[in-house]
Design a protein around this ligand. Structure first.
Ligand SMILES: [Zn+2]
Length: 215
């Protein structure tokens, strides 16, 4: 069982986002339960990047200490992101990344990394230095989980638009165009991590841009 990106989490220090700061929500855990999954079932937690809204549930606060939420999981961390956020030494690293490293549950990965026979990490750097998207390939069909290579379907029609939190905006545009063009060419199903529902669809090339068609 692979979990891709662990949302915002509870009790995290995110003063820049009031609704996330020290939140105590039940939606993530109840959604996991509704999918028939317990925290013990997760074998891998795959982080597309190390922003606060993608690594929150990596850990949870137990008796005042951050512990890995998924006791049996290996946490796959993009190496370039780990280096960057370790140097930044912010709350997101201290609360949601460092504890899984200290628990010896982490593994540094880079684009091209394969997880079993059906999952490959694809380089989509720019949003963060080590950002990866997740390509799933099975029985001739392919799907790509975008992570934050895109945030909205409007970026299909305008892949050149800069997103506020893209750290290297020009590199992010290049990565976005490449992801979309390969998705169109290979008829990949696109799963937009931040898209409004329905967040799954396909893209077709249209001039220099792409048309989004929800499934
Ligand atoms: Zn992000």
């Amino acid at each position: 069982m692979i979990l891709v990106d662990a949302c915002v989490g509870n009790d995290k220090t995110v003063p820049s986002m009031a609704e996330w700061h020290q939140q105590k929500g039940s939606r993530f855990m109840s959604s996991l339960a509704a999918a028939g999954v317990t925290v013990a079932d997760v074998d891998y937690v795959l982080c597309t990047h190390l922003h606060t809204d993608h690594v929150g549930w990596n850990t949870r606060l137990v008796d005042g200490r951050w512990v890995p939420t998924f006791p049996n999981a290996r946490y796959l961390l993009p190496a370039a992101d780990e280096d960057f956020f370790a140097a930044q030494a912010g709350a997101v690293y201290a609360e949601s990344v460092l504890p899984v490293i200290e628990a010896n549950q982490s593994e540094r990965v880079s684009a091209g990394h394969m997880l079993g026979d059906f999952v490959t990490l694809i380089a989509t750097h720019g949003h963060t230095p080590g950002h990866v998207s997740v390509l799933i390939h099975s029985k001739g069909a392919e799907a790509i989980i975008t992570g934050d290579a895109l945030h909205t379907t409007a970026q299909c029609a305008h892949p050149e638009w800069h997103f506020k939190y893209d750290m290297d905006a020009e590199q992010a545009v290049t990565s976005r165009c490449q992801l979309l063009s390969e998705a169109a060419e290979k008829n990949r199903r696109v799963l937009g991590s931040h898209f409004a529902l329905p967040s799954i669809g396909r893209v077709t090339a249209k001039g220099d841009a792409f048309e989004w068609n929800a499934d």
